[in-house]
Design a protein around this ligand. Structure first.
Ligand code: SF4
Ligand code: SF4
Length: 172
């Protein structure tokens, strides 16, 4: 080997650069691990183990709608206010000699509600329908677990017994 062209000063510079690179790699790894350990040991987790753990939504959340049909007067105000027309109501005038009915706030019920359906696949959860409801029978709930396999099954008729059973489960 010809040693006549080897510059000892250049060798020192190469070693210095190598050492700096190694040190930079090591120190940034330590810094990164420090941040990881900080999150593991001292920062409160913001995620939960769903569905084992469930978050309670705030009471004023605008989630799944519920119509307490016993207090609905079939006035159609909710359907008129709905910007996406996803509320379908069928009601018939009550017979003149039929017993008088009232809602819990004393409003006379003049129509027999036959069907009250909301297509929640179309609903944008704006809350306009609940705002205009004169008897406040239409409300948002805090239920967010009602995913379905078909779009059609997201239409809920609030006169059906399944809906009443769902509501009873929810308020338990
Ligand atoms: S929340 Fe809005 S979009 Fe949904 S049913 Fe009510 S008015 Fe219609
Ligand atoms: S606004 Fe209220 S009372 Fe009137 S039809 Fe809608 S849910 Fe029933």
């Amino acid at each position: 080997m010809d040693m006549t062209n080897v510059n000892p000063h250049e060798d020192t510079l190469t070693f210095k650069k190598w050492f700096q690179n190694v040190w930079r790699g090591f120190s940034t790894a330590i810094k990164g691990m420090g941040i990881t350990f900080k999150y593991v040991y001292s920062v409160k987790p913001v995620t939960i183990e769903y569905p084992e753990v469930r978050e309670e939504l705030p009471k004023n959340s605008r989630s799944r709608l519920f119509n307490d049909v016993q207090n609905c007067i079939s006035c159609h105000m909710c359907a008129t206010a709905c910007p996406v027309d996803c509320i379908y109501i069928t009601a018939e005038r009550r017979e003149k000699d039929a017993p008088k009915l009232k809602t819990s706030d004393g409003t006379a019920i003049r129509l027999d509600l036959k069907q009250y359906t909301i297509d929640t696949a179309l609903c944008c959860y704006c809350g306009l329908c609940t705002t205009v409801c004169p008897t406040q029978c239409l409300t948002h709930t805090t239920d967010y677990e009602y995913a379905a396999y078909t779009v059609d099954s997201m239409k809920y008729d609030y006169t059906s017994p399944e809906i009443v059973a769902w509501r009873e489960r929810l308020v338990k």
